[in-house]
Design a protein around this ligand. Structure first.
Ligand code: HOZ
Length: 426
């Protein structure tokens, strides 16, 4: 595979951009080698600057549920851009977007648009603190809620990928208010709540974790957290940046049949443009300015181009809910096919998946939290990543990320993927 152009571009990028990338995971630092520079994408495929074509399992880390450059979304963006790209003033489209989301997520009464998942989670935490009058939060080891200071404690995604243990730039004063517990361990949360009686404002969780690979909540775990939050006047926040509108129309809340108090969204609701949002019950959300005094703002919040992209994609999903079954079936096909080839070679592995989120850990133990994920064979994953890339399959360049399927994937693509894995010697 020729990578001359990507290699040259990476060298050039490093002269002007820190590490040559605008987000650390992209740099291939943990898997090694040089990142491929993407020129364009259509449907299930990415095309790089050297003309190599890849089946895409990142899909912009979630949003491309319908595949890249999905015609109705592209057309809507093109048309909307003719009316100007930003106003910094209210629009009809923002109301339509909020109404659309409310129609899909019943426990959202009010929703505020922002420009990223980081902003959404950061604002939800501020709101929880403002609403409860308490300071501390509980997050889970290996969960990633964006790069706001409060969340960079035992975080997943790039923080885990790059094995960053201490975080220069985040003050001890901030970190002290972030308590952490292992994922899927209810007892640890009970203990933290007990030790910090009447001090916990919020519990924030990825209801299906996607930043330490894909990890599912065990039976009654989220229900147990829900109960603790109810008993202790703690705001239960679901970070649905990845799962929202991906696992089902109503996201993880619907798929797992459990309600959070606040829910945060990200890239998915922008259809690939920079968008985030946080929402929930009116009694909590009405504490946000200008209704209340919890301040939160943004010139580009509700940006018309981002809104039309998201609105168009969410409308497609709402009008074609059968897409979720198709995605589930495609993911199940992969989940069945990959073990067949690994088992033939005696490659020990675990595959976790739900809906269209899936990941592989090379190990002989179940993956239920960050500790079990980090005990998997990371060097073997890195080798697998490069093998698949060489064979035209683009996976997340880290064992600590979920893969995301798009419905543009055909069964032929899935067979090609399984065939590529079949030639991996371990
Ligand atoms: N885990 C991140 C998505 N939630 C990866 C994307 C990034 O950090 O660039």
């Amino acid at each position: 595979m020729n990578n001359n152009n990507s290699n040259e571009l990476f060298e050039r990028a490093k002269q002007s951009i820190p590490g040559g990338v605008n987000s650390p995971v992209r740099a291939f630092k943990s898997v090694g080698g040089t990142p491929v520079f993407i020129k364009s994408a259509k449907g299930a495929y990415l095309l790089d600057e050297d003309g190599n074509k890849y089946i895409d399992y990142i899909n912009s880390w979630g949003p491309m549920i319908l595949g890249h450059a999905y015609d109705p979304v592209v057309k809507a963006i093109q048309e909307k851009a003719l009316d100007s790209t930003s106003f910094g003033a209210p629009t009809l489209l923002e109301i339509e977007m909020a109404e659309l989301i409310k129609s899909m997520v019943p426990n959202v009464d009010l929703i505020r648009m922002v420009s990223s998942g980081t902003e959404a989670c950061m604002s939800a935490i501020r709101l929880a603190r403002g609403y409860t009058g308490k300071n501390k939060i509980i997050k889970f080891e290996g969960c990633y809620h964006g790069h706001a200071d409060s969340f960079l404690v035992k975080a997943g995604s790039g923080v885990a990928t790059l094995n960053i243990q201490t975080m220069p730039g985040v003050t001890a004063g901030v970190s002290v208010d972030t308590l952490t517990a292992p994922y899927n361990n209810l007892e640890a949360v009970k203990k933290l709540v007990e030790e910090n009686k009447n001090e916990i404002a919020a519990v924030i969780i990825e209801p299906v974790a996607g930043n330490m690979g894909c990890i599912l909540p065990q039976k009654n775990y989220l229900e147990g957290l829900r109960k603790i939050c109810d008993e202790e006047n703690i705001i239960f926040i679901f970070d649905e940046v990845m799962t929202g509108f991906r696992l089902s129309l109503g996201g993880a809340q619907e798929k797992l049949n459990i309600d959070a108090d606040l829910v945060t969204y990200g890239k998915v609701i922008g259809g690939g443009l920079p968008v985030g949002a946080f929402g929930g019950r009116r009694k909590i959300m009405e504490h946000i300015s200008p209704l209340g005094n919890v301040y939160q703002a943004g010139t580009l919040s509700g940006n018309p181009i981002a809104m039309i992209a998201g609105y168009t994609m969410l409308t497609e999903l709402k009008n074609n809910p059968g897409i979720y079954k198709e995605l589930d079936e495609k993911c199940s096909y992969l989940k069945k096919g990959l073990p067949e080839v690994f088992n033939k070679k005696g490659i020990k592995h675990r595959i976790n998946s739900l809906g269209s989120m899936i990941s592989i850990h090379f190990c002989d133990h179940d993956i239920t939290d960050f500790e079990t994920a980090s005990k998997a064979d990371i060097p073997l994953f890195n080798k697998f990543f490069h093998h698949m890339l060489e064979h035209g399959v683009y996976l997340p360049p880290s064992a600590y990320e979920s893969w995301f399927l798009s419905n543009a994937l055909t069964y032929e693509n899935l067979d090609e993927t399984i065939k590529a894995a079949d030639s991996f010697q371990g």
